[in-house]
Design a protein around this ligand. Structure first.
Ligand SMILES: *Cc1c(COP(=O)(O)O)cnc(C)c1O
Length: 377
């Protein structure tokens, strides 16, 4: 895998996504094979399948190269989240977004209720309030854009303030992916991913990852992974790397479509509000412009009338898939507050993960669903 080093600094991320994680051996496979083994012959660099695997190493080289750090593969996004959180000492003070992936909020809430840590919930779109909360904290957990409200956090400002306060800064970069945002460059210590989403990209894998430049954090997370055994399957990892190869073209297409749909939704009489950082009137638009290479393929919209018509929209789509999750080739919607743990999410908020279908086909489906559900439009 050393074959590409030296030249990689000059390459565009879209190229890196294609070239990293390959071993260029004459007669060898062009892409890494799925390495299905529980153990390795003794006295070599690879020892046991819970600790290392060449398919992970290939995916980690590619993702680490894109984020600008060293990656570790985990069984799921939540396994990666848990590995970070459970590395903290008992009683640690954690600042976390009030609007964030509900699994992360749920885990932090449970650990706080059990006395394992202290939780300070903040609106991370308010940089000053987040920095103030970081005073005396051990860890500041950030998401930007946030799930599901698409809030934007000024990552550089908050990371600088949090580090001044002595806190470790973690960014869940699932929504943006390293092609649109590189939190380590903005001052974060650790990046967390649900590779289940855009990285793998085809709604057929559950996988997670961490990325860091900090040697101590890397060693700590590696020890967590081996100790807890929350490891990704080699086949899942292979699929995620296969998906990563096309991430740049998928994102380009999906975010172009997302921007068009956001504009059309904003003008639809059945829609009260569209949350997409690419819209000039989004409160985080200027920060997003500064810290992102693109505004992404996630958006949310609030259906006029609240929960009932919003649920009806999710039920009325025909082409678009009604399901939880995101980041796949197929456009998906769901009303987020149908889930327990999403009580603070507006009841009429429909989250949409934009996929690769034709924009006009998607718009016709959305429009008919909005009309059918609300009688408006
Ligand atoms: C889905 C998701 C997770 C959890 O990842 P899994 O792979 O489902 O365990 C974490 N963070 C965000 C932002 C997510 O969307």
């Amino acid at each position: 895998m050393a074959a590409m080093s030296g030249a990689i600094d000059d390459l565009d991320p879209s190229t890196l996504a294609v070239v990293l994680g390959r071993v260029r051996t004459p007669g060898g496979p062009v892409g890494p094979p799925v390495e299905l083994t529980s153990t390795y012959h003794a006295d070599g660099p690879f020892v046991y399948g819970r600790d290392e695997n060449r398919t992970w190493a290939a995916f980690e080289e590619a993702l680490g190269g894109l984020e600008g750090g060293r990656a570790l593969t985990f069984a799921s996004g939540m396994a990666a989240v848990a590995a970070v959180v459970e590395s903290l000492p008992v009683g640690a003070v954690v600042v976390a977004p009030a609007d964030a992936y509900k699994g992360t909020r749920g885990l932090l809430g449970e650990l706080a209720a059990a006395g394992r840590l202290q939780l300070r919930s903040v609106d991370v779109t308010d940089a000053a309030a987040t920095i103030a909360a970081a005073d005396g904290a051990d860890l500041v957990w950030l998401e930007s854009p946030t799930n599901p409200s698409l809030g934007i956090c000024d990552l550089a400002a908050v990371a600088a303030g949090a580090r001044d306060a002595g806190a470790t800064v973690v960014v869940d970069n699932t929504f943006a992916t390293p092609l649109l945002q590189r939190p380590l460059d903005l001052g974060a210590d650790v990046v967390v991913h649900s590779a289940t989403k855009f990285l793998a990209g085809h709604s057929d894998v559950v996988l997670g990852a961490t990325v860091t430049r900090d040697g101590e954090w890397y060693d700590r997370l590696l020890r967590r992974r081996s100790a807890h055994g929350g490891i990704g399957g080699p086949f899942e990892t292979w699929l995620a790397l296969r998906g990563l190869r096309t991430l740049a073209v998928r994102l380009e297409r999906a975010q172009t479509t997302a921007a068009l749909l956001a504009t059309r939704l904003a003008a639809h009489p059945a829609v009260e509000r569209v949350r997409y950082p690419g819209l000039p009137d989004h409160p985080g638009h200027d920060v997003a412009r500064r810290q992102m290479r693109g505004f992404g393929a996630m958006l949310s919209f609030d259906v006029r009338g609240g929960a009932e018509p919003a649920e009806a929209v999710a039920q009325a789509v025909r082409l678009i898939v009604h399901a939880t999750s995101l980041g796949g080739v197929e456009t998906m919607v769901e009303r987020r507050s149908r889930w327990r743990g999403e009580e603070t999410t507006p009841p009429g908020l429909v989250r949409m993960s934009v996929g690769l279908e034709d924009v006009d086909d998607l718009w016709r489906d959305l429009d008919q669903a909005l009309r059918a559900a609300t009688g408006e439009g």
